[in-house]
Ligand binder design. Structure first.
Ligand code: HEC
Length: 205
């Protein structure tokens, strides 16, 4: 029975060698799987995060005001101006109301409607009403100019402000809309590659 014993021992040894090899192989599989996972997950999370963000936020937050202006709709701005009309007149020579007449206010000197009693804060502000300044002021007047007596909460939606300022610009100012994306513009006409559809849409009506 020696050879049978030997066979049993040899078989047992072979079996354990196989088990050891098997465990190592299995460990290798597990190890590789585990190392692959941490690599995979962050990529997926980052990709989802980016696509989610790109879909929602930049549309509201990132678009520069000049770009919104380039595609602004002055006729929509006329409707937004109804919020202002209780205090402001627009026609040339129109009377000051609770607020000053706003004819040609884009590019006009701040606090210079003849005879209107501005707040000390507004009277001291200086400069002119540029597109960007109007945008900031109309976002939240009291944040832009603490001490202003303009009793108006502000217009939250950037596109509404752009439409409104485009409308105001048509009422006596008619200043050229600043080029959108000036960082891209230096390549002469390259600034228009992105903006051409918007500009055409705006010019046609
Ligand atoms: C409740 C009345 C009221 C409303 C509504 C109102 N304003 Fe005014 N606005 C004023 C007053 C008052 C001033 C003068 C502020 C000061 O002297 O601090 C003013 C000043 C201004 C100025 C500065 C004018 C200048 O001569 O320097 C601008 C521009 C302006 N308003 C635009 C608007 C627009 C656009 C809206 C509508 C989105 C609006 N306002 C809504 C009362 C109002």
């Amino acid at each position: 029975m020696d050879s049978f014993e030997f066979n049993k021992i040899a078989g047992a040894l072979l079996a354990s060698v196989l088990v050891i090899i098997g465990v190592q192989h299995l460990a290798g599989i597990i190890y590789h799987t585990e190392s692959a996972d941490p690599l995979t997950y962050p990529v997926e999370v980052a990709a989802e995060g980016q696509s989610g963000g790109a879909a929602d936020k930049p549309a509201e937050v990132v678009i520069p005001f000049t770009q919104l202006l380039a595609s602004a709709d002055a006729s929509k701005g006329a409707k937004v101006f109804k919020k202002c009309a209780s205090c402001h007149t627009l026609p040339e020579g129109g009377k000051d109301g609770t607020g000053p007449n706003l004819y040609g206010v884009v590019g006009r000197e701040v606090g210079h409607s003849n005879g209107f009693a501005y707040s000390p804060a507004m009277a001291a502000l200086g400069g002119t009403w540029t597109f960007d300044r109007l945008n900031e002021f109309l976002t939240k007047p009291k944040a832009f100019l603490p001490g202003t007596k303009m009793g108006f909460a502000g217009i939250k939606k950037p596109q509404q402000r752009a439409d409104l300022v485009a409308f105001l610009n048509n009422e006596g100012s008619n200043l050229p809309i600043p080029a959108a994306n000036e960082a891209v513009a230096p390549v002469v006409e390259a600034g228009e590659t992105v903006e051409v559809p918007a500009v055409e849409t705006e010019t046609t009506p």
